[in-house]
Design a protein. Structure first.
Ligand code: MN
Length: 240
């Protein structure tokens, strides 16, 4: 019997000043890449260096004006992050050469079901239930590399209902963008279309339906959206 479903269409993101969109291939994320955030998560950045995890490709969505509260959580957290898009792949890329593989940059949110993530973390289990769910990474339009050119400095911030929650500079990243690309390319054959979400600064916290999230990074298009109730019935039921 032939399958009746359509092939999955990979997500894509708008590019500033271009009619074409940027097709996404794979989503890599850095954990604990800012020392103050590592501490607020109960970790010592000197003993627990940054590391990588992944989000599912269907996590990526073009940031709109709303974000639908996901199912099975009572503790949805915001994480504002610089996203790096590779235009060209490579394996064992040198740090000095790494930024030449970058197509562009964007502001993104690594929305996290924190209760599920911490349950998994503390049980020594994988993080997918906390990190991977459809639409969990709303991302603003991509600015092409040459129009940004500042992946290691500039302010990164996030407000909820007009109150500043997260505020740092990209210079506080423990692993630079170039170091992240080089490191990751030792483990994976990187490809054009891959995105790296480079970690979030301190100040992560919960949002609920009705909250307005505004976020920015110097030199990049921003995000402003409202968290809305899920459309599906019973969607806010919590774990048994
Ligand atoms: Mn994150």
């Amino acid at each position: 019997m032939k399958p009746t479903h359509s092939p999955y269409v990979m997500p894509s993101l708008p590019i500033e000043g271009e009619a074409a969109r940027f097709p996404i291939r794979q989503v890599y994320c850095v954990g604990r890449n800012y020392a103050a955030h590592a501490r607020e998560m109960g970790k010592d950045p000197d003993r627990d260096p940054p590391f990588f995890f992944m989000k599912s490709v269907d996590s990526v969505v073009e940031a709109g004006t709303t974000f639908e509260y996901p199912r099975m959580t009572q503790n949805l957290h915001h994480e504002v992050e610089l996203c790096v898009f590779l235009g060209r792949g490579g394996t064992e890329i040198a740090v000095e050469d790494a930024l030449s593989h970058v197509y562009g940059y964007a502001l993104g949110l690594d929305m996290t079901r924190r209760d599920l993530q911490l349950q998994a973390r503390d049980a020594g289990r994988p993080w997918e239930f906390g990190k991977c769910f459809r639409g969990s990474a709303p991302i603003a339009p991509i600015r092409i590399r040459d129009g940004f050119g500042m992946p290691d400095r500039g302010e990164i911030w996030l407000d909820v209902n007009g109150k500043r929650r997260q505020s740092a500079t990209l210079a506080e990243q423990l692993w630079s963008v170039a170091e992240q690309i080089a490191y990751l390319s030792n483990y994976y054959d990187l490809e054009g279309g891959d995105v790296i979400m480079t970690g979030t600064p301190a100040g992560v916290g919960a949002v609920v339906p009705g909250d307005i999230i505004r976020a920015g990074i110097d030199g990049l298009p921003g995000i402003e959206l409202v968290v809305i109730e899920p459309a599906r019935q019973n969607a806010r039921k919590v774990q048994a």
